[in-house]
Write a protein that binds this ligand. Structure first.
Ligand SMILES: Nc1ncnc2c1ncn2[C@@H]1O[C@H](COP(=O)(O)OP(=O)(O)OP(=O)(O)O)[C@@H](O)[C@H]1O
Ligand SMILES: [Mg+2]
Length: 234
């Protein structure tokens, strides 16, 4: 059976700098997948290539049987690919619910009931009317997730939704991602908080300097000497 998301030999350069070199990986429908790697290893660049913010110059990205690597970002969103941004960037002058009505317009006639339903699932229902510039850090991260969910994704890519959060806040975000996955959404989690990504993921890939250096179960990744070297810089 073909994978839900097939990344085949993807490379990406920025001028003379090669950010991704021959990255290939398959993700199954319904999977909880972890993507790790030191700062600057290419995780966000890979997500940008999958979501269409960037074009990979070689290789292909096949989602649900269709090569999406030449489609503009909004069409990939319509196919069911949604991502969060590492630095949350809501529409600052709008309330929380208004921020959800915008992505909803892209996939459907924007309905307040659906936006409220999503806020309930993400634990932000009591903040619907709050201007986004009054949100705490964890609430901003939840809004980022809610905005992605408003695009009705089948694949959700979370780019460091937990960075800078306290232990209990990390648990809250982890639960949200588990719940979304249980509702049928395939999830790719990018995270530096190892304890969280290892708890969440069924399979993990580690990038280093734009190449995959290890792929396996969380236990295999933790024990891998290449991964330890990449993180320790030894
Ligand atoms: N638009 C760009 N132009 C030039 N270089 C870029 C661009 N985007 C990323 N890079 C470079 O590509 C490399 C990979 O960056 P990327 O943001 O993908 O890393 P990352 O693994 O997401 O890191 P972090 O964990 O810090 O978020 C880095 O060296 C970065 O400086
Ligand atoms: Mg990044």
């Amino acid at each position: 059976m073909d994978a839900f998301l097939q990344i085949k030999d993807v490379s990406k350069r920025f001028g003379g700098f090669t950010a991704l070199t021959g990255v290939s990986l398959d993700i199954a429908q319904g999977e909880r997948f972890g993507l790790i790697g030191p700062n600057g290893s290419g995780k966000t660049t890979l997500i940008n290539c999958i979501s269409g913010m960037l074009r990979n110059e070689s290789g292909s990205i096949v989602f649900d049987g269709e090569d999406i690597s030449r489609l503009p970002a909004y069409l990939r969103t319509r196919r069911g690919v949604a991502r969060t941004f590492q630095v949350p960037r809501p529409f600052a002058s709008m309330s929380v619910i208004e921020n959800l009505l915008v992505p909803l317009q892209y996939v459907a006639h924007a309905k307040e009931s659906e936006a409220l339903d999503i806020l309930g699932r993400i634990g932000l229902a009591n903040k619907a009317e709050t201007p986004t510039n009054q949100l705490s850090q964890v609430e901003l991260r939840k809004l980022e997730l809610a905005r992605a969910v408003a695009a009705r994704p089948r694949l959700l890519i979370s780019d460091e939704a937990m960075a800078g959060l306290s232990g209990s806040e990390v648990d809250e975000v982890l639960k949200i991602l588990f719940d979304l996955n249980a509702a049928g959404i395939t999830v790719i989690m990018i995270e530096h908080i190892m304890q969280a990504v290892m708890r969440f993921s069924q399979r993990v890939v580690c990038l280093d300097a734009g190449r995959i250096i290890c792929e396996g179960t969380p236990a295999q990744i933790i024990e891998n000497s290449d991964v330890q070297r990449a993180y320790l810089g030894a």
